[in-house]
Design a protein around this ligand. Sequence first.
Ligand code: C2E
Ligand code: MG
Ligand code: MG
Ligand code: MG
Length: 285
Amino acid sequence: RAKQAGRATYRIFEAQMDLELQERKSLEHDLRQAMLKNQLELHYQPLIDISTKKVAAVEALIRWRHPTRGIVSPIDFIPLAEETNLIVAIGEWVLETACRQALEWPDLRVAVNLSPIQFRNRELVEVVKDVLRRTGLQPERLELEITESVLINDVSSALATLTALKELGVKIAMDDFGTGYSSLGYLNSFPFDKIKIDKSFIGGMSDKDKSGAIVKSVISLGQSLNMVTTAEGVETAEQATFLKAEGCDQLQGYFFSRPVAAEELTRFICDWNDRGYEMTADVAA
Ligand code: C2E
Ligand code: MG
Ligand code: MG
Ligand code: MG
C-alpha cells in the first residue's frame, strides 16, 4: 500500500515536472519571437540628484508585453533569456533602444543593466562601441550597471572588460551593492564610478535592524572612494530625508516615480523641473 502511494506521488511529481518543462518550453518559444514581434519595451525610472535637485539620470528597465500573459516582469524572463543565450541579442536591443531614447533627454544620463552572460560575451566592448557610434550618444551619458556576480569567477578578464569599457568613456555602476559577496576588494580593484545600495537595505532602514548603519557606512565608503552613491528602492519621505542627511548623492524609487514609458517620463521631467521638490517638500529642506 505504501509502495502504491509512493508510485502515485511519483506520478504526480512527474506530471508536475512535465508541466513545468512544457511551460518553460512555451515561454522560451515565445521569447524567441518577442523581439521580432516588437513585444519588448523599455520603461524608465528617474534618479534624482540631491544637490542639484534635478533628474540626473534614468534607468532603463525591460518589460515584455506578452500577447496572452500580459506584461511579464524581467525577474520572470531574464533568467530564461540567460539560459538560452537570448540575452545577448536582447541586451544589444536594450542598449541601442536606451541610447537612442536618451538623445531626447539631452541633460540626462541613461543607465542600462548588463547581465553577467552579456558581460562575459567576447563581443561586448565592440557592441557598446558600435551602439554609441550608431546612435551618436556621448559615451559619458551611458552608464552600465553590473552586479558583483560578474566579478567573482574570473577577476582578470572582468578587469580587462571593465577597463576597455571605461576607455570608451562610459560610466560603470555596481548594482545591488550589499547583496552579493560585497568584497571591499572589488571596490578597490575595479574602476566603478557609482555604487547603488540595494533596495533591501533602504527598505530595512525603518525597522530596528542594522540597515540604517549599513547604509550610512556604504555612503561614507563611496564618498571616500570618490564614487557616486545612489540609493535604490526609496519609497518614503523619511527614507529620502535620512539618505539626504547622510550625504547620499542620488535617490531612486517609487517615492519619486515608478519605472514608466518614455513619453510618461518626459512629462515627469517637465513637471519635476517646474515644481521640483514642492512635490516632496521635506526632502528639499
Ligand atoms: P535592478 O537593476 O536592481 O532594478 C531595480 C528594480 O527595482 C526594478 O525592478 C525597479 O522597478 C524596482 N524598483 C524601483 N524602485 C523601487 C521601489 O521604490 N520599491 C521597490 N520595491 N522596487 C523598486 P524590475 O524593473 O522588475 O527589474 C528587476 C531586475 O531585472 C533589475 O533589477 C535588473 O536586475 C533586471 N533587469 C531589468 N531590465 C533589464 C535589462 O534590460 N537587462 C538585464 N540584463 N536585466 C534587466
Ligand atoms: Mg539596475
Ligand atoms: Mg539595482
Ligand atoms: Mg536590484
